[in-house]
Design a protein around this ligand. Structure first.
Ligand code: PHE
Length: 457
């Protein structure tokens, strides 16, 4: 059902405020909250990191998310049209960045999604695939380097996304998010309670929440700030046009600042709960918390094993949880691409979905094969680094400039204030977007590049 119109072209719209919020939260809450946040928080100083992270989300994350939603609703278009710059010649470099970045990210996100499906199916089948050998790292390594099975599960994950996307904004994304997000939250709270009641959980709590001044000395406050900013960007999915696309389906009655605040708050809450669910359990099993994939696919199976039969139930719940998180995030990445194809071509919703899914299918398989011997370079890590360290911050800065130069601060503030009373906040936000946010993002960018290049900071 199309409820918005742009240039005579009908466009989809969210059917309810709650539906939009759940879809936006679904995009934000993903692997970044569940495997990345707990580890990074512990590594960079526990409570100290948490406080810095919350400030960064409140300042940088909130202002960027608001900016993208404002641009999206104001332009009422896909990213290519939303970021058009010339009047006669339709030039849209930021638009193309907002196509390229989600394309790269989704090409590897699907692969991790496939691993999650594999572990979920394996645990539903009793978990024998990991428990028989006890060498969790070898099980994981063998699986991801197996060209056939890892590709099969990647395809299953892509198919799950396609099934939702083909139904469009209201009947697909919105409907599914309204069920998956509340379910995710309940499962998360349950798993956190189980984790906190395990013997030795206290150590994990200390790792997460006691200020660790040693790591502050070890890493230095600048590095901690840099880590917090990188995490906030990735976790809120800003800097790649997702919120522009989701914002373009917003009607004028949605309060944008309030929505952005709810999305930021919920995303952070889920990250903290994920910390509570994962870290105490990992400590209780006597395992050191490791990064990323190692945590979910290697450390946690060892924890599930210590719980016996109950461990299988918890494992199934956990992988359902992380599947929901990854699924709604991948859907948002694909929607940016589908919306652009749908509005720039005559393929229609189904044809555009088929085209995008078809192309992403090929690139995802290539990334999947790069985890084994078939393709020697690890494309997953490469794409992750290119997007997080270069493309997201660069696009973020360009979006701030675009807003000020092309839409104009006054128009932007008027858009922001529709159905929202706080004039003062609009001024604070305008100041952030013009002066604070781009400078802070430039800082992440430079620091990230330096540390990537191996320069000690
Ligand atoms: N925000 C998602 C997460 O926390 C990751 C993501 C990044 C999703 C980019 C979409 C786009 O995992």
């Amino acid at each position: 059902m199309a409820d918005l119109v742009n240039n005579g072209q009908k466009r989809s719209a969210w059917s309810s405020k709650f539906g939009f919020l759940m879809a936006a939260v679904g995009s934000a809450v993903g692997l970044g909250n569940i495997w990345r946040f707990p580890y990074i928080a512990g590594q960079y100083g526990g409570a100290i990191f948490l406080i810095i992270y919350i400030i960064v989300v409140a300042v940088l994350g909130f202002s960027m998310l608001t900016l993208e939603l404002v641009i999206g609703r104001n332009r009422n278009a896909n990213v290519l049209d939303a970021f058009e710059m010339g009047k006669k010649k339709k030039i849209t470099p930021i638009g193309w960045l907002c196509i390229f970045t989600p394309f790269l990210i989704v090409s590897y996100y699907n692969v991790i999604g496939g691993w999650i499906v594999k572990y979920l199916v394996g645990y539903i089948g009793g978990g024998g695939f990991v428990n028989d050998t006890g060498d969790y790292s070898a099980v994981f390594g063998n699986f991801i380097s197996d060209p056939v099975w890892s590709s099969v599960f990647t395809v299953i994950f892509i198919a799950l996304c396609a099934v939702v996307l083909i139904f469009g904004v209201q009947k697909g994304i919105e409907k599914v998010s309204k069920v998956l997000m509340p379910a995710l939250f309940f499962i998360l709270v349950f798993v956190a309670i189980v984790s906190l009641t395990m013997d030795g959980a206290l150590e994990g709590l200390k790792y997460l929440f006691v200020p660790n001044f040693e790591s502050m000395e070890e890493y230095g406050i600048l590095n901690i700030l840099n880590a917090a900013m990188g995490q906030a960007f990735f976790s809120l999915s800003v800097g790649m046009g997702i919120a522009v696309t989701y914002g373009s389906y917003l009607k004028k009655d949605q309060n944008i600042p309030k929505s952005a605040a709810i999305i930021c708050g919920f995303d952070t809450l889920v990250a903290v709960f994920a910390g509570l669910a994962i870290i105490p359990a990992v400590f209780s099993a006597g395992i050191a918390p490791t990064e990323g994939t190692g945590l979910v696919f290697v450390a946690l199976p060892a924890v599930f094993k210590t719980l016996g039969g109950f461990g299988i139930v918890i494992a199934v719940l956990f992988f359902v949880l992380i599947l929901f998180a990854a699924w709604t995030s991948a859907i948002s990445l694909l929607e940016v691409l589908i919306a652009a194809v749908e509005e720039k071509t005559k393929l229609g919703r189904k044809g555009s979905t088929a085209l995008v899914v078809g192309v992403v299918f090929v690139t995802s398989i290539i990334v999947s094969l790069s985890q084994g011997d078939v393709i020697p370079t690890d494309l997953l890590t490469l794409f992750d680094n290119i997007t997080n360290k270069i493309l997201l911050p660069v696009t973020g800065i360009l979006m701030c400039i675009f807003l000020a130069a092309k839409i104009g601060m006054q128009n932007a503030k008027d858009e922001l204030l529709l159905n929202c009373k706080s004039r003062k906040w609009a001024d604070v936000w305008g100041f952030l977007i013009k002066f604070v946010t781009p400078i802070l993002i430039a800082f992440i960018f430079v620091m990230g590049i330096l540390s990537w290049a191996g320069v000690a900071i």
